[in-house]
Ligand binder design. Sequence first.
Ligand code: ATP
Length: 385
Amino acid sequence: MPVYLVGGPVRDVLLGAPTTDLDFVLEGDAPQLASELARELGWHLVVHDRFGTATVSHEDCHIDLVTARQEVYSAPGALPEVSPGTIHDDLARRDFSINTLALPLFQSVPQPIDEHHGIDELGKGLIRTLHPLSFADDPTRMLRAVRYEQRFGFALEIESKAHLRHALASGYMDAVSGDRLRHELERILAEQHPGPALARAIDLGVLKAIHPALIDQTPILSLDSRSSGDNHSSSMLYLAALAYPLSSQDAEGVIQRFNLPGHWAKVVQDTGELRQLVPQFSSATLPNSEICQLLEGRSEEAIAAVSQIGRPGVVSQRLDLYLTELCQVNPILDGDSMLAMGVTEGPLVGRILGKLRTAKLDRLVESEEDERQLVRRILAGREDV
Ligand code: ATP
């Protein structure tokens, strides 16, 4: 069968970089081959008949099989018209030369197909588009370009960079759907080190073209300078760093533009709001119960990000104290103990429990007996609730 190993895995093998996913192109019916493969391996199969693609997967390993196709773009940023094609068409529709390599597996000694100088540019460390209108056809490639550039320590080739700038100046990004942009943002955030690609996307004005308020690299650089070496960075921390400088209105605009799902949207909103609370967290005295009041219900990723983005000091100490200790503090007594002590069933139980928690946070009570005494004082009218 005319099956080719293509793109990422061929590139990664040549670079000596790790690869987990395998991409195959077939000049023929890829979904049918995929279903036979899935049956033989006993793996999970997902077929997208409309696109002639299929994925066979098991745990973290994914095998993508694609029917060779050609693509024609009718307008900048629009989805392409797709029709079956040869391996040559399929390679010519790709984003960058380093992703156009193919290995014909049906040959007894497969020789790489390299019609777009991919091997040469892998050696030179260049990210080059295949034609001048590549970024206009699909502006999401600008996000892909910075991701590959920073992952491999490559450089955007000079003419490609000029084409990118032209596509930006022409406003082509406006035509791209939020879902497609979010997908590529997600790919950047999933990189081992998302910071450099995000900073570069800001530097080139790519993120500004998506939303005009995405222009400040400082929080990202500050997070990078405090992140620990080889560990895989948390995607949400970097999303929060992007959101850190935003006003509430801009945060809402960014959420809409990327069509962010609920959890992401909360990180974005909470980060901006927490930044505005920094002066309160800096005050000379701040009881633990007030720290909790300011932070309760907020996204933990947003709290962690604000702690790491600011300068080390009292603000980050208080935010970290909340995450590591205060958020888990609860009174020993519970609702049943209240009732057993004679508290009338109803909202008063919750109010007393809240009071006990506040007292415990501020270290006014410690033992179970301390808590009982406080409840008794409340019941005797000697303490407000
Ligand atoms: P990675 O590059 O992140 O290690 P990958 O190479 O498998 O993984 P994918 O995003 O899964 O990258 O895309 C698979 C291949 O499809 C790429 O190598 C690229 O050639 C092509 N491709 C993906 N997105 C685009 C696009 N927007 N425009 C053109 N080609 C694309």
